[in-house]
Design a binder for this molecule. Sequence first.
Ligand SMILES: [Zn+2]
Length: 341
Amino acid sequence: MLEKIESFKIEISSFIATKTDEVETFRIKYLGSKGLVKDVMGEMKHVAADKKREFGQLLNEFKLFAEAKYEELKAATENGQPAAAAETLDLSLPGDPMRVGSRHPISLVRNQVVSIFQRLGFAVAEGPEIEDDWHNFTALNMPENHTARDMQDTFYISQNPDWILRTHTSSVQVREMEKGKLPIRIICPGRVYRNETISARAHCFFHQVEGLYIAENVSFADLKQTLYFFVQEMFGKDFKVRFRPSYFPFTEPSAEMDISCLICGGTGCNVCKHTGWVEILGCGMVHPNLLENCGIDSNKYTGFAFGMGIERITMLKYQIKDLRLFSENDVRFLKQFTSAV
Ligand SMILES: [Zn+2]
């Protein structure tokens, strides 16, 4: 029976009608009160009870198939076109233009940063955006009531105040250190959250890339050389770099790295607030407390860490003045990056 239905389907689909009376012939032959569909439906009574459901579905499909063909033939002949004509194709006609999208500027810069560090042997590590207090704060030398937590206010989940939206991707570094597989050489790109008022310069979410290198005898010279290489690859060979002392709870000593202004080249402009320098990242030697918190012997191992905001680098690179543009999905803005690589 199944084979029969299949052969009827082939017969139906190859039916060609050029005039309305031929369409009528089709209707009587297949869909009429003594038509083939009715005939096939009649077979239902010979089907075993347990197969009735399956077979019923099949018959119903067959009926719809024949009806669809009838509608198609009817529509085609009413327009004065034989049904077969619908299948002819003029290959000489111009094609429909296909709209090609482009990568989001944040993705462009993220990929570029990742690929530079991958060339230095850093592997990409990722972790959850919903974190617990330990991985986001406490393990990073920011115990409860530490003042540095004030600078990183975030969103808490009322059901469980231990769960938060991560304020940085350093939590991924903690997770990697806890695995205890040394040496560690990773970069952690990802989205992070802060409880900030949304403006041209701040948002409640943004993206970071953080890096971590832990091994024996890692020094500040290694950190500087790694970041020099990054700046040269990212912005070009002509940029000057400087390190300024800074404070982070998770590194000691800590520094912020500036590069000579991309806009004025160091002579002074609005972007660099007339200093000739723009800040691009924070870095430092991993604090021994962090290593111990994660079960790593701080007498044997040392390491460096750095972190940068992808939005900030993107804004400098493409001279974008408003952070909100990145998440508004305005096609007019995004289209400008079609040819950017
Ligand atoms: Zn400048």
